[in-house]
Design a protein around this ligand. Structure first.
Ligand code: GLU
Length: 480
């Protein structure tokens, strides 16, 4: 039997994402003793902009597009969050996603409020030239209304967008605001060489790897998930081979010895019990347009059913509402690491908790993207690359240490040790180090909240609790 496949609109109608997020937030709010009225303020969006705009495309005709940008909380400025391009984009979804951005930023101590944008469009239906026209037109409206600016609202890539779109947005901003010296900081996730930062493109996947590594450093949590050891040899299932899923799968398999036994994509799933070669699968997908036909694996069209493949770690890194009350009781993993935003519904959460499956939530796991966006924004307003001032100094100091050790011992240091000691940190190493530190810290805060409060029975509520605690602390200090 093939599991019922729902198109994005039907899925959204059947599992209202915003209700699901609110139910998750309520669980944390119910455990907190907040002044009357504050829980409502925390939950609701500050503002939402909805626009319809015409663009004359290469066919000579005018086409009208619908877009949104929601600001959930501007307790810090700027507010931050991606812009997604998808035909399923709607106001409720954008609002819910913008609230997740607020919690996400709080969890990783990134001093930004939460925002999100979306354009209802299927990018595949347009040529690059037309996509550029559409992106620039949308950006112009958002800039003119204060929904894109280095100090107020800073978008980034999300589903359906990437560095290319961010470069168009930055250029549109620069054309409209030629006197703003910080123009590059109006958007993050730009290409390196056009105001971007090394390590941003891989950041969300890298952050997922760092979270899983940190999870395995917490023996109590590992035991709770009925796991042991570390990532080495663990069976992993990944849904989505887009930017997030691809990088997460690549890093845990190539660097930590995990076995990716199943990859689920739009057209179906690939299975191989000995582990899939992520690079090879990705190459196949880029060349042929699908994972179907990849030689070293079994293919099934039942992608949703493949989510139930027995494994140790399941990483849903595609769409919202993939694990629902319909399939939660059949999910055969020990740990779910949410790479996408909202892949598990609130109802499914309860079923998974009853079954003893640990869920590490989206706001924690996929916060690597916004963390490195924060680094990029700092780089842009500082107008200097990280490491530029100290890299050669570090190198000089390292070589002096090697020289001193060799002189004192009369021995030559092995070449590999020498090169590691002598190396000054470049931008990518600094970004990775900052990201690792941030993700570890966020995991520790969430795990600490989970163990500290008796009434907190899962990591999602712990994450929401920890994020809202930080949010309330900021509100109170500001006198809200
Ligand atoms: N779209 C990403 C997210 O959902 C990145 C946001 C950002 O970098 O601002 O977290």
């Amino acid at each position: 039997m093939i599991t019922e496949h729902l198109d994005e609109h039907t899925r959204f109608e059947r599992y209202p994402f915003r209700d699901s997020v609110n139910a998750m937030v309520d669980k944390a709010l119910d455990l907190m003793d907040l002044p009357a009225g504050l829980p409502e303020h925390i939950k609701f969006n500050d503002t939402v902009l909805q626009v319809h705009f015409p663009v004359k495309l290469s066919d000579g005709k005018y086409h009208t597009f619908k877009g949104f940008r929601a600001v959930h909380s501007d307790h810090y400025a700027p507010v931050k969050g991606g812009i997604r391009y998808s035909e399923a984009v709607n106001r409720d979804e954008v609002e819910a996603l913008s609230s997740l951005m607020t919690y996400k930023c709080a969890l990783v101590n990134v001093p930004f409020g939460g925002s999100k944008g979306g354009l209802r469009i299927r990018p595949k239906d347009y040529s690059v030239e037309d996509l550029e026209r559409i992106t620039r037109a949308f950006a112009k409206i958002l800039i003119e209304r204060g929904y894109i600016s280095p100090s107020e609202n800073v978008p980034a890539p999300d589903m359906g967008t990437g560095p290319r779109e961010m470069a168009w947005i930055a250029d549109t901003y620069r054309n409209l605001r030629p006197n703003d010296i910080n123009y590059f900081a109006c958007v993050t996730g730009k290409p390196v060489g056009a105001g971007g930062i090394h390590g941003r493109h891989e950041a969300t996947g890298r952050g997922i790897q760092y979270i899983i590594r940190e999870f395995f450093r917490h023996a109590e949590d590992v035991k709770l998930a009925r796991l042991s050891g570390d990532l080495d040899g663990k069976r992993v299932v990944v849904q989505g081979l887009g930017n997030v899923g691809y990088h997460a799968a690549k890093f845990v398999s190539e660097e930590d010895g995990a076995k990716v036994v199943c990859i689920i994509e739009r057209h179906g799933a690939l299975l191989n019990d000995n582990g899939l070669d992520i690079e090879a699968v990705k190459e196949w997908m880029v060349e042929t347009g699908s994972i179907k036909g990849y030689p070293n694996a079994t293919f099934t069209e039942d992608g949703l059913g493949a989510l139930e493949t027995p494994c140790d770690i399941l990483i849903p890194a595609a769409l919202e509402s993939q694990i629902t009350k319909e399939n939660a009781h059949r999910i055969a993993t020990k740990l779910i690491v949410e790479g996408a935003n909202g892949p598990v519904t609130a109802e499914a959460d309860d079923i998974l908790e009853e079954r003893g499956i640990i869920v590490l939530p989206d706001a924690l796991c996929n916060a690597g993207g916004v963390t490195v966006s924060y680094f990029e924004w700092i780089k842009n307003i500082q107008h200097i690359r990280f490491g530029r001032m100290q890299r050669r100094l570090d190198e000089y100091r390292g070589s002096k240490i090697v020289e001193a050790l060799e002189t004192m011992t009369g021995k030559t240091m092995p070449a590999n040790l020498k090169s590691e000691l002598v190396q000054g940190a470049d931008e990518l190493s600094l970004v990775r180090s900052g990201l690792d530190d941030t993700m570890r810290g966020a995991y520790q805060d969430v795990s600490e909240a989970f163990h500290r409060k008796d009434k907190i029975t899962n990591f999602r509520t712990a994450a929401m609790y920890s994020a809202i605690e930080k949010l309330v602390f900021t509100y109170q200090n500001m006198g809200v």
